[in-house]
Design a protein around this ligand. Structure first.
Ligand code: F6P
Length: 338
């Protein structure tokens, strides 16, 4: 296991898994905080692949200038299959040792933390920073990129709604999120969707949706927006079935990777900057196997095992509000605030 209270002089930073807007702000923060605290900082390219292939570079403060406003990640990213093998993990740790990297900041989602945890078992101190548009990391109420992604999707959905209303159609709009429904939930509320389908909640009863579409058309609604989470999926076939059952033209739009790009919002830039700095501070305190998070209004760090073990569910109160704002206000509200 990685030792506690070890003084470190050199750290590395990498981004791994799906990119997320704000990752550059986090990288910049790690580099500048590290340099400010007298450390040497290596940027590792393409996630853990960079450790396998020794694709890394010592970074200066200038290397990260003009990056905070940019989407994507200047270090590039990858999902590294080798890191799932013990041999790969040993190889990655050897590269760290070769370059004197005693502490590593891993910016990514839970898959990236599993790699980090394995590196820690090889003696490298690691701290995770949550970078994913999916908001699916249990220990934190915020992940880098989610805010930008919701805003990007929201603007796109508004546009689909314009054309959907003009043609008096029903629109199914599929948003990303892998197995998590937060992106869909937030878009559903922000875009005033008539139905929101989340993997955590959807019971696959299409008749309810059909009834809802027919009912809203009877009440004179010109559009019917269904936000469908990627984890539910099958939007195109669902559109065909709904059209056949309701007689109302129905189109499916899959927003796809456009949700991962673009210039980060102020919130993503600021929170990513704080989290990047905090990761360096934790490494300098000799901490390892920690994940930076934001919970109950505070930036905090959590045990990596704990972060990986817990399953993040959908906030029931937010879900209830989403239902109440769509068609649910017609039924009895069951208000339970957590
Ligand atoms: O984790 C971020 C994410 O965009 C998910 O929402 C999505 O399921 C996945 O990555 C897509 O991955 P890829 O870019 O490899 O297709």
């Amino acid at each position: 296991m990685a030792s506690e209270k070890k003084e470190i002089k050199t750290i590395g930073v990498l981004t791994s898994g799906g990119d997320a807007p704000g990752m550059n702000a986090a990288i910049r923060a790690v580099v500048r905080r590290g340099l400010g605290r007298g450390l040497k900082v290596y940027g590792i390219y393409r996630g853990y692949d960079g450790l396998m292939e020794e694709d890394l570079k010592e970074l200066t403060g200038k290397d990260v200038s003009d990056t905070i406003q940019k989407g994507g990640t200047v270090l590039y990213t990858a999902r590294c299959a080798e890191m799932r093998t013990l041999e790969g993990q040993k190889h990655a740790a050897e590269t760290c040792r070769k370059y004197g990297i005693e502490g590593l900041v891993v910016i990514g989602g839970d898959g990236s933390y599993r790699g980090a945890q394995c590196l820690a078992h090889q003696g490298i101190n690691v701290v995770g920073v949550p970078g994913t548009i999916d908001l699916d990391i249990s220990c934190t109420e915020y992940t880098i990129g989610f805010d930008t992604s919701v805003n990007t999707a929201m603007e796109a959905i508004d546009k689909v709604r314009d054309t959907s209303t003009s043609h008096e159609r029903c629109s199914i709009i599929e948003v990303m999120g892998r197995n998590a429904g937060y992106l869909a939930l937030w878009c559903g509320i922000a875009n005033g969707a008539e139905d929101i389908l989340l993997p955590e909640k959807y019971d696959y009863d299409e008749q309810k949706i059909i009834d809802n579409i027919i009912d809203s058309r009877r009440r004179g609604k010109k559009h019917h927006i269904i936000i469908n989470a990627e984890g539910v999926g099958h939007s195109a076939s669902m559109a065909r079935r709904l059209e056949a059952a309701t007689g109302i033209e129905t189109r499916a739009t899959i927003l796809g990777h456009m949700q991962r790009g673009g210039s980060p919002t102020a919130k993503d830039r600021v929170y990513a900057s704080i989290m990047g700095c905090m990761a360096v501070d934790l490494l300098m305190e000799g901490k390892s196997e920690r994940v930076v998070g934001y919970k109950n209004g505070k930036f905090q760090d959590f045990d990596i095992d704990e972060a990986l073990a817990m399953v993040k569910g959908i906030d029931e109160y937010q879900y209830e509000i989403a239902t109440a704002m769509s068609g649910g206000y017609k039924k009895d509200a069951k208000v339970k605030r957590s």
